[in-house]
Design a binder for this molecule. Sequence first.
Ligand SMILES: Cc1cc2nc3c(=O)[nH]c(=O)nc-3n(C[C@H](O)[C@H](O)[C@H](O)COP(=O)(O)OP(=O)(O)OC[C@H]3O[C@@H](n4cnc5c(N)ncnc54)[C@H](O)[C@@H]3O)c2cc1C
Length: 522
Amino acid sequence: MTTRYDAIVIGGGHNGLVAACYLARAGRSVIVLERSHIIGGAAVTEEIHPGYRVSVASYSMSLMRPEIIETLELVRHGFAVYPKKPSYFMPFPDGEHLLLDASDPARTHREIARIAPRDVAGYVAWDAFWDRCCDIIEPTLLHPPISHAELAQRFIDAGCADDYRRLMLLSMRDLLGEFFESERIKAIMAPQSIISTLASPATPGTPYVNLVHAIGRAIHGRRGVWGYVRGGMGMVTQSLAGAAHELGVTIRTNAAVAQVLVDDGQATGVILADGTTIRGRTVLSNADPKRTFLGLCPESALPAAFRERIARNYRTDGTVFKLNLALSELPRYLAAPPGVAPEQIASATVDIAPSLDYLERAWNDFRSGVPSRQPFVEIFSQSPTDPSLAPPGGHVMSCFCQYFPYAVAGRSWDDGLREEVADHIVATVSEYAPNLAGAIVARQMLAPVDLERRFGLTGGNIFHGEITPDQSFDLRPVSGAADYRTPLPGLYLCGSGAHPGGGVTGIPGHNCAMAVLADDAR
Ligand SMILES: Cc1cc2nc3c(=O)[nH]c(=O)nc-3n(C[C@H](O)[C@H](O)[C@H](O)COP(=O)(O)OP(=O)(O)OC[C@H]3O[C@@H](n4cnc5c(N)ncnc54)[C@H](O)[C@@H]3O)c2cc1C
């Protein structure tokens, strides 16, 4: 068996697999070493109860670059996406609702007009604002990160200097205030700006977090549209594994890397937890930056100042609790408009976040060290549109919830807190859909500590580190380690801890492989 490769990839998340595929396409011998018993990292599908399969962690698709899907021929390997329709449903406590459809602007305008006629013009301007920002940033994505100074200059050159102010310097609350009057319209526009972020909508920089969620084109090339992967998110990584196998990549599961091998100041391979040594000309790490630099590299291999910046400056705190449910019936929302079936509502993103103040209160609980008493809950049910995921009559439902601390003072997640929080989330959603509690057949609970234990996500941060402006572009993960190369020659970062950050995008994996090939050519 070969024990020396051109490239060793630590971790079989989607980015590690993308990097492996691009290197193998360029003729390199590549091995992927995954600590878990399955590949996929945070993009996996799993059966949680006989016949009920869920996307365990990541659950919806928009961000994977079409260029990668096409080049790696992922469709031929089983990757299939379809849009959510409608896109967003927000119930309000007084029985009112908003139901938006991103693919039907006229319908969305009518719906906004129903609640807040004066905000229709604001919505048109809002859409145009995000388009201008995406037009400037999207062409940079499949390249090494530009500096913040260059980014600002590109906005200035495009005549959009004020958009830079709005995107990078304002808070989402202030930005929304520049476009909308209605608190309800503001509420439905806000949630993506705080995903996995130690922030409320009142925190400067949150519009950039929103942009990261608005820039995708995986659904038939249409920007900002979100949808599902048939068979759940595991099919993203299964299709990548299919492409990798065809390209001759070796993939090993149950192969935890314990240490990066360093000889004469150069990464030259890895040592597995079972003591096996595997040599490679280059080592790519799909593990997050803290795990990579503080856990896998010998202390002497990296400059002390760099290690300290990673340890102290780079934020990887978790905020997310994921609750996956097997159901005997779909939730029936009290606020659902007449004539719209539960299947249709469930096919949208349903957000329990009825006002900016609600999100602010949820954040304030987290800041004082306790789980949000009134949490933000984002709900998806894929089974109405993909019956392969549940038995006849049954359904699956995913609840992505914030804000939940990794460490709760005086409590351990293992002493019953996980169950208490899950009960509380169900109770929160039941205020809007009272049949939910009685419909639960089985549940899977993932607190921040579980996201760390199961997926290796330090602190439980779903993006390998927040995606705020100060941890983006050439500052990701910290200054001095940008553009996929690291201070240890021969070691590269190919996961979400590298530019442009988290989400199922494939971009860090692609860009890292390009950096390796460019260095080889030199
Ligand atoms: C709960 C949750 C919900 C999310 N929702 C969405 C969503 O709906 N849409 C979206 O686009 N994104 C979502 N995300 C974010 C997205 O899933 C991640 O940013 C992305 O999957 C990370 O991919 P990656 O390949 O960079 O890293 P990962 O998927 O984290 O993969 C890293 C891999 O490295 C392995 N590894 C770590 N250390 C070692 C070691 N020492 N030896 C060997 N292997 C190792 C890990 O086991 C893991 O398999 C979500 C994430 C979570 C957790």
